[in-house]
Design a protein around this ligand. Structure first.
Ligand code: A3D
Length: 321
């Protein structure tokens, strides 16, 4: 039985960390594709030369040729420009949709049986475009955003309460924009509602304020990193997040991860890619887990979905223009 194969399209900041994480975890052989001559080859040689130190046995290859992604089990796409300070993710749509068109054509030709995870921004629009061009089943073309947005929310809660991140569970739904929906009602520390713990610590009024600040920080967390870095956007945490999704599929773990999925009536959304909890296994998106949102959560979800729709509906004219 051969090893699994993971192809990474885009060998920049996130692509490099993805390659290293795949190797360190021995998820499979890795191909790193980028249009920049020599760069993916150089990064893969660099990581491979650490293999005797870290003790991993996988083959690592850099390439400019889509033929090399043939037979991939998982493809992760980061090709495209990242944000600069002051830019929104949506400002990237014109450039990145052209890049995504060429990437999707490469995937369609050589790796149409893979499970594809898009990371390029604006996320919800880029996944939509990739699925349309490849024509692959929506259960095998998804976006990574919710794992990262939820991780940020969990981290802020853990730091606020002084507890291990391992014991915090929390999730964000909706689009990958500033209107995303962090679910306060379901945030818990080992099953204990976070709001209850905040109320014990601060009293009811201040607890609400503290939670609201964490929700806002979660929504704007990508921009916080962009402002600090000044060139480029977050790359360690998006890479870790996509690896969790890839691993769940490669090892059929059936983890329930917030995933940008094409919805067919779930949460009242039809025909758009939006972040929802999904079971990820060897068949890709095996199930979308639905549950009742209360009126406030539904209103936030509707606002977030409206933002996604506006962006996705502008794709056709952008591609023609
Ligand atoms: P960066 O370090 O610039 O890497 C992008 C790479 O794409 C570069 O190496 C380019 O050479 C390459 N590229 C450009 N055009 C093509 C092409 N046609 N085919 C193949 N490769 C190409 O950026 P990054 O790695 O920091 O970020 C990559 C993308 O992820 C950006 O669009 C970011 O906005 C996005 N991002 C998403 C999240 C999410 O959670 C969704 C988080 C952070 C960044």
């Amino acid at each position: 039985m051969g090893r699994k194969k993971i192809s990474l399209i885009g060998g920049g900041q996130i692509g490099g960390v993805l390659a290293q994480l795949c190797a360190l975890r021995e998820l499979g052989d890795v191909v790193l594709f980028d249009i920049v001559e020599g760069m993916p080859q150089g990064k893969m040689l660099d990581i491979a030369e650490a293999s005797p130190v870290d003790g991993f046995d996988v083959c690592l290859q850099g390439t400019q040729d889509y033929k090399d992604i043939a037979g991939s089990d998982v493809v992760i796409v980061t090709a495209g420009l990242p944000r600069k300070p002051g830019m929104s993710r949506d400002d990237l749509i014109a450039t990145n949709s052209k890049i995504m068109t060429s990437v999707a054509e490469g995937i369609k030709q050589y790796a149409s049986n893979a499970f594809v995870i898009i990371i390029s921004n604006p996320l919800d629009a880029m996944v939509t475009l990739c699925q349309k061009i490849t024509g692959m089943p929506a259960s095998r073309v998804v976006g990574q955003a919710g794992v990262l947005d939820s991780a940020r929310f969990k981290a802020f809660i853990a730091w606020e309460l002084g507890v291990s991140v391992k014991d915090v569970s929390a999730m964000t739904l909706g689009g990958h924009g500033d209107d995303m929906v962090p679910l306060v009602r379901y945030a818990a520390v080992n099953g204990i509602p976070v709001m209850e713990l905040l109320e014990q610590k601060y009293g009811a009024d201040k607890a609400k304020e503290v939670m609201e600040a964490m929700v806002n920080r979660t929504r704007l967390a990508g921009g916080e990193v962009v402002a600090l870095l000044k060139t480029g956007s977050a790359f360690y945490s998006p890479a870790s997040s996509a690896i969790a999704m890839a691993e769940s599929v490669l090892k059929d773990q059936k983890r329930v991860l917030p995933t940008c999925c094409l919805l067919n009536g779930e949460f009242g959304v039809n025909g758009y890619y939006v972040g929802v909890p999904a079971v990820l296994g060897s068949n890709g998106v095996e199930k979308i887990l639905q549950f009742k949102l209360d009126a406030t959560e539904q209103a936030m979800m509707d606002k977030s979905v409206a933002a996604v729709k506006g962006l996705v509906d502008s794709l056709d004219s952008i591609l023609k223009g």
